[in-house]
Ligand binder design. Structure first.
Ligand SMILES: NC(=O)c1ccc[n+]([C@@H]2O[C@H](COP(=O)([O-])OP(=O)(O)OC[C@H]3O[C@@H](n4cnc5c(N)ncnc54)[C@H](OP(=O)(O)O)[C@@H]3O)[C@@H](O)[C@H]2O)c1
Length: 311
């Protein structure tokens, strides 16, 4: 069998970077083309030096013509959109479809270039999951719309949907003098178990599994989830892994001013993110890989302490 050419969008980021590293470590099995807006950026330069056999191509999701050569001759394309990037954030207040339009451009380019298989990182519709109650989570709705569009197009495809990144806790942890502890503030119920993932470590092996089983995966949605944990589990694991005192503290939802994020945490507290794919953890068992736990995450993170909480 010839080696598939796999094109990786977001190659300098979390999801794409994880996929790039795993595929690049198997140069006899995959030819990898990494996409970035700038091959001169520090992260692109570092990865290019580390994996010299990876081809780098510049393309921009806001520039349709740049996407055609990026996906040309690809057997597989992995695509991700970054809602929280300047061009989408600038457009979103007047154009709710800004993220969808980026995704549509990739899908259209892949269809035009007769790409063999497209794997898109999306999320479910919060509106649909909540039966119309939660309508403000635009970074879910745009991705759900990309998914719907992709599945309507003449191209073989599969979908991944990422759980909550364990990595968010690295930014969120604070030292609180009053608690004499590190605190992990969680908007909602600190005992509700939610779908988490180590985006940097676990995405690559999961997507490699889909690439290796393309026929079986066709048309399916795969939550990428290392396991279900509560904020309290994550704080306790921090203590176990590092010896540092840590506790999870509930944060009231109404102090979150961003309506998109507030809606997301409301969704997490009342509904299940992966309700549409109930037995999804079964897939993890088929993947020869030890998925990250909160304890292994904290150990590997090198976390040594959090900045002081500003009250
Ligand atoms: N945080 C969470 O818990 C969580 C959970 C589930 C899903 N998500 C979703 O994950 C997505 C972000 O994925 P990530 O964490 O992998 O992102 P990331 O680490 O911020 O990386 C974003 C990547 O996208 C590329 N990129 C950005 N704008 C681009 C453009 N206009 N054209 C081409 N490439 C572009 C960047 O490449 P260059 O800079 O090299 O061009 C970079 O490699 C978000 O949409 C978010 O909603 C997040």
């Amino acid at each position: 069998m010839t080696k598939p050419l796999v094109v990786v969008f977001g190659a300098t980021g979390n999801q794409g970077g994880s996929i790039l590293r795993v595929l690049a470590e198997h140069p006899n099995s995959y030819t990898v083309r990494a996409i970035t807006r700038s091959t001169q950026s520090k992260s692109a330069q570092e990865l290019a030096a580390q994996y010299p056999h990876v081809e780098w191509v510049e393309a921009d999701l806001d520039d349709s013509p740049s996407l055609l050569p990026a996906v040309a001759d690809a057997d597989v394309v992995f695509a991700v959109t970054q809602f929280f990037q300047p061009s989408v954030m600038a457009a979103i207040s007047t154009n709710e479809n800004a993220e969808f339009e980026q995704g549509k451009r990739i899908v259209d380019a892949c269809v035009a270039k007769r790409v063999g298989y497209l794997i898109f990182s999306t999320l479910p519709s919060a509106k649909k999951l909540s039966n119309g109650e939660i309508t403000t989570v635009l970074h879910f709705e745009g991705k759900a719309k990309i998914q719907e569009y992709m599945l309507s197009q003449p191209i073989d495809s599969a979908i991944i949907q990422m759980g909550i990144y364990f990595q968010n806790n690295l930014q969120g942890a604070r030292w609180d003098d009053a608690e004499d502890s590190i605190v992990i503030g969680f908007p909602g119920d600190v005992d509700k178990k939610l779908a988490y993932v180590d985006v940097n470590r676990d995405t690559g092996p999961f997507v490699k599994y889909i690439i290796d089983n393309r026929d079986k995966a066709k048309g399916k949605v795969f939550p990428v989830c290392s396991g279900y944990y509560s904020a309290r589990d994550i704080a306790e694991a921090l203590t176990k892994a590092t010896g540092l005192k840590a506790k999870a503290i509930p944060v009231p939802l109404d102090i979150i001013t961003d309506t998109d994020l507030r809606g997301m945490f409301e969704l997490f507290s009342k509904y299940e993110l992966f309700a549409d794919t109930p037995n999804h953890m079964e897939v993890n068992k088929a993947i020869p890989f030890e998925f990250t736990t909160p304890e292994t995450f904290w150990k590997a993170s090198g976390f040594q302490g959090a900045p002081k909480l500003q009250k």
